[in-house]
Ligand binder design. Structure first.
Ligand code: TXA
Ligand code: MG
Length: 333
């Protein structure tokens, strides 16, 4: 690892050891981390994010065996998942070891744990010498950051940022392993198909049917909202259905997925000839689209009052992408 980066990681570790918070890259998205055992530091995370007090944080560890520091009563199925997918974009909700402060778990008797697959994150945790509790590094309700410049846009110089790249671009898959069969609390960077191959049966929790008391507090809040009106267009052929929403807006950006078909663009321009419309390409497959998703929602909104984002197939990480887009959208057609 290059020296400058190592210096940054060391500086970040010092800040965390002194009770501060640091933005650091993981393979999914940027995290905003503090020492998981430092209650005061954890409170700073909630404060700077404007995060509701009842929404718990994920605890990040750098070695598999460190789960014993934060969790107890770990079921066999957890070990099977860990063996197959850690380090990686999989978060496991397990019984909390009572030594983990209640602020981290927002008072729940469970704790969410993950070992990230990013050398910078792993090194930071090692230098700190404690597990790091970290939510995504965005103000509550905003899209998750995947680049250092997103954090600067959100927080200015208020948090120290360690440089890095987030390869995947969407957050980890969260599984509640205290239930049998285990329950998917959030689809994400690890494909559910792969988890099913290991565990057999899992229950998919539908975030669209919100119950009075959701199993994962995070699912009940507004999320990922960009700074303009967002339409999620499941199928390109359905543009008739969005005409009524489009006419209230004048400056549009159309985010295309899978192919950047110019004849479609011309047709669309002709149909809405009185309006300004620009087209951008999110990517030709789900991996590329996931990587670009939050950057588009954060940085490609400037100068527009409407974004139309084309949907993707709801399989593999496409499921995670659509979960984020459905939450971000004002209208889904
Ligand atoms: O990829 C990721 O998971 C990123 C990186 C930084 O690791 N982190 C992340 O954290 O996305 P956050 O806080 O934005 O999302 C964590 C989700 C929330 O929906 C939260 O409600 C849920 O995990 N969660 C955390 N602890 C939980 C628990 N004990 N029981 C149920 N859900 C929990
Ligand atoms: Mg988040």
């Amino acid at each position: 690892m290059i020296d400058i980066l190592d210096q940054q990681i060391k500086k970040g570790a010092e800040i965390i050891k002194n009770g501060g918070i640091v933005a650091f890259p993981t393979e999914t998205v940027y995290g905003l981390g503090a020492n998981a055992f430092d209650e005061q530091a954890i409170r700073k995370i909630f404060e700077i994010k404007g995060r509701p007090q009842d929404n718990p944080l994920i605890v990040h560890i750098s070695r598999k065996d460190d789960i014993y520091i934060v969790a107890t009563n770990i079921p066999q199925k957890a070990f099977e998942l860990i063996e197959n997918f850690w380090p990686g974009p999989l978060t496991l909700v397990m019984k909390k070891n009572p030594v983990v402060p209640d602020v981290v778990s927002a008072g729940l008797d469970t704790v969410a744990v993950r070992m990230p697959a990013h050398p910078v994150a792993l090194k930071l945790i090692d230098y700190v010498g404690f597990p790091i509790a970290a939510p995504s590094a965005n103000p509550s309700g905003k899209p998750s950051p995947t680049k250092p410049e997103h954090i600067k846009m959100y927080f200015g110089d208020k948090v120290f940022v360690i440089e890095g790249q987030c390869q995947l671009g969407i957050e980890s898959t969260v599984i509640d392993i205290t239930s049998d069969p285990p329950v998917v609390l959030r689809p994400g960077g690890l494909e559910l198909e792969k988890i099913k191959d290991v565990l057999g049966n899992i229950i998919e929790f539908s975030s669209e049917k919100l119950s009075e008391k959701p199993k994962s507090p995070g699912v009940k809040y507004t999320h990922y909202k960009p700074d303009l009106f967002l339409i999620l267009l499941r199928k390109r052929d359905d543009i008739e259905k969005i005409s009524s929403f489009i006419k209230d807006h004048t400056r549009m950006i159309f985010v295309m997925t899978y192919d950047f078909d110019v004849s479609f663009q011309n047709q669309f321009r002709q149909k809405f000839y009185s309006l300004q419309v620009d087209f951008i390409f999110a990517g030709s497959d789900e991996r590329e689209i996931a990587k670009n998703l939050f950057d588009i929602l954060i940085t490609k909104t400037t100068g527009y009052d409407l974004m139309i984002f084309e949907g993707v197939n709801e399989q593999g990480i496409g499921k995670g992408i659509m979960n984020r887009l459905k939450k971000a959208a004002d209208v889904i057609v």
